[in-house]
Design a protein around this ligand. Sequence first.
Ligand code: HMH
Length: 227
Amino acid sequence: MSLTQSLRQQHRQLWERMVTHPFVYEMGEGTLPVIAFRRYFLQDYVFVNDLVAMTALGMAKAPDLTAANHLNQFLTGILNPENDLFVRAFQELGASEAEYASASANPATQAFGDFLMRVGLEGTFEDVLMLLYVTEGTYLDWGTRLLEAGKRPDNPVYHEWIELHGPAVLGDLVGWIGEHLDRADLAHRRIRLEQIFRTALRYEYLFWEAAYHGHPGWPDQSFEASP
Ligand SMILES: Cc1ncc(CO)c(N)n1
């Protein structure tokens, strides 16, 4: 069995819980309270900074230009100024620019972001790919499932967020990452790579939990912004 298949097999329960979390289910049904999505989106806006930085650090470690190009394509998609989804969505969700520009990480986002940066700074190219395999692979999985189930919620922000994580947008990237990881001879790095896979998957789950339940926040601050 390939490395990625064996890690997915080993952690299939948590992977399944992540991609079928009530946050995802209710987003697909259109019943997710807007307050929960708003809380999530403010945190994701913060998270994406570290995702971009880690990917750029990974690009600097790419073994060849083809590999660098795949990460470059991913970054271009996120950074393209025409991709104003966050700006439009915050308008729709009633979050002012002052609010989203000054949003700060809740404990789950902070820990996840710090982990990303650590892998970007200290890890190898394949370490970064393994992390992206989990962050983008889980999103591709729930996005694909909702699209295949015909979930097109009325809320335009939910709708667009689902479209953005389907095979048309993420399929090539996740497919290439999986092939690269499975082609490389990584048996000697299996323990660390599994730890990265598991840790990223755990944080992805906690990211939904924090958004869905609105806790835990920092002890000296409620991160629950008033709507
Ligand atoms: C927390 C999180 N994980 C993965 C993605 C997909 O890029 C995202 N936007 N946010």
